[in-house]
Design a protein around this ligand. Structure first.
Ligand code: GDP
Length: 526
């Protein structure tokens, strides 16, 4: 095997997603403990934004600042190179999370056994489904009282629209929780509430092994056998291929806080989770094994220090080997760029790297060259797909309040949009600029940053909009007719594409039924 294929096959790049409080931070930390990347519990700072701070976004950004360090956590485990991409927990930053999901090859979803599937999880799963991202589900907090595991499985299937297959099974829950039976390895892991110690494991021959009765008592052993029989009857055998195709999600049960069930999860994960997969560009599919380098920017993290308008562009490597100081073409500008100080994140330390491989993320210090979705390459011009902008949910007109600074304002808006903070639409009718976001917080972020980084002042004005959706048609005349009819509600996005601004769901439905030749899109990828 060449060095490249060797490095690719041992890489696992994934994200952990959950609704806030389900245990994402705790699980991440325990995974890092196993990888030897950290040595004490409590070392991983939660990138979670405290609920009380929602009105104070500076505080939020401070907390988010922490997330630069934890944006990508790389570590070695059992010969594998694992990259965990962190995702912000706060729902106002959902867009950041969507984009991060474009840079991973698989996902672990954490669900709280008492709360089941929550809203944020549902939304993120939609994005995974769009991309057929393989998912593993970890049902957490078994040490607490919670729901019946069969109920949870049903809910996972219904709410997440994916088939599930338990690969471990809990023996009781809450105060009576005794451990999990590891279905795919035929072993029994006994629970001792302990935040550091690794699980005690009982090796067994089969489910009839009397050692199970010895370990958990006859009643619980009988119940376990009954449950397992039901599982084998109801759920088809686990097939890795189906998991890789995004059709079936294996499910594990455990308690992240007690480091219970985490190692089993990790051991199974490294075995079944995909190594970097081919990536779709507009032009063609790019295989990670290609010798020529290619990668794309999926995230830009601004520096909060207004004196240095610098930021870090996060590049996901798609193919070939990345080398420090090598010349790479920046496709959008046509410029050739060299990077003297690319960084990688190993064991929570950020350090300069000389080389990196597909699946890895490198951070590139930048002063405004990069835009979300930009491609770097040594091969032909490529444009990576899969970085959709989602139809925003909140809209405001942005108005300049300092006529002397309109240049600064325009520049600031352009750059913030390049970073992917929000989306800009220009009304074709009156030329007014509309900013669309997924959360209220972004409006505060934008206003503050425009003032502090660009010296520009703005004011928000309400606009009553339900959705902005991209429209196309094969029938040019029909398209023009639609635009004429709706001329007050037509806008263009930054690429000059047509966007229809619907002020209510009724209007949108009517437009869809009255204009069957027009196609309406709710994400910019079409
Ligand atoms: P995140 O918002 O998803 O990152 O959640 P955290 O990892 O910050 O966890 C939220 C809370 O749940 C914290 O107080 C954790 O200590 C707690 N927690 C996490 N895992 C477990 C678990 O297995 N059992 C119990 N009882 N609490 C847990």
């Amino acid at each position: 095997m060449s060095q490249l294929t060797d490095e690719i096959s041992r890489r696992r790049t994934f994200a952990i997603i959950s609704h806030p409080d389900a245990g994402k931070t705790t699980l991440t930390e325990k995974l890092l403990l196993f990888g030897g990347a950290i040595h004490i519990a409590g070392a991983v700072k939660s990138n979670k934004i405290k609920k009380t701070a929602t009105s104070d976004w500076m505080e939020i950004e401070k907390q988010r600042g922490i997330s630069v360090a934890t944006s990508v956590m790389g570590f070695e485990y059992d010969g594998y190179k694992i990259n965990i991409l962190d995702t912000p927990g706060h729902q106002d930053f959902a867009e950041d999370t969507y984009r991060t999901l474009t840079a991973v090859d698989s996902v672990i979803i954490v669900v709280d056994v008492a709360k089941g599937v929550e809203q944020q999880t549902r939304k993120l799963m939609e994005v995974c489904r769009m991309r057929n991202t393989p998912v593993i589900i970890f049902v957490n907090k078994l040490d607490r009282e919670g729901r019946d595991p069969f109920d949870i499985l049903d809910e996972l299937e219904q709410e997440l629209h994916i088939s599930v297959r338990p690969l471990s099974w809990p023996i009781n829950i809450g105060a009576k929780f005794k451990g999990v039976y590891n279905i795919h390895e035929h072993s029994l892991d006994l629970f001792t509430p302990d935040k550091q110690k690794v699980t005690e494991r009982v090796e067994i021959e089969s489910i009839d092994d009397p050692r199970i009765d010895e370990a958990v008592g006859e009643t619980d052993a009988a119940k376990l056998r009954e449950d397992l029989e039901l599982i084998e009857g109801v759920y088809p055998a686990f097939e890795t291929e189906e998991y890789l195709a995004g059709k079936v999600a294996p499910v594990f049960f455990g308690s992240a806080l007690n480091t219970f069930g985490v190692k089993e999860l990790l051991d199974c994960f490294v075995k079944i989770a995909p190594s970097p997969r081919p990536v779709e560009a507009v032009e063609r599919k790019i295989s990670p094994e290609e010798e020529t380098f290619s990668g794309f920017v999926f995230k830009i993290h601004a520096n909060m220090d207004p004196n240095h308008r610098s930021c870090i562009a996060f590049v996901k490597i798609c193919s070939g080997k990345f080398e420090r100081n090598a010349p790479y073409r920046h496709v959008r500008s046509g410029k050739t760029l060299k990077f003297a100080a690319p960084t990688a994140f190993m064991a929570q330390k950020k350090s300069i790297v000389d080389e990196a491989f597909p699946g890895d993320i490198v951070g590139i210090p930048d002063t405004g060259n990069f835009k979300i979705g930009d491609t770097l390459t040594t091969s032909e011009e490529l444009h990576f797909k899969g970085l959709p902008s989602f139809s925003p949910e909140m809209f405001k007109y942005i108005e300049n309040t300092d006529p002397m600074k309109s240049k600064q304002l325009d520049k600031g808006i352009q750059q913030l949009m390049d970073e992917g903070v929000a989306q800009l639409f220009t009304n074709q009718f009156n030329g007014r600029k509309i900013i669309g976001t997924v959360g209220q917080l972004q409006f505060e972020v934008i206003q503050y940053r425009l003032l502090h980084e660009y010296g520009a002042q703005c004011r928000w004005e309400p606009i009553s909009l339900y959705k902005a959706c991209w429209i196309t048609s094969d029938d040019q005349e029909a398209l023009e007719a639609f635009k004429r009819r709706k001329h007050q509600f037509m806008a263009t996005d930054r690429e000059g594409r047509d966007v229809f601004l619907a002020d209510s769901s009724y209007v949108l439905q009517m437009a869809q039924s009255d204009f069957p030749k027009i196609r309406f899109y709710f994400s910019s990828e079409f």
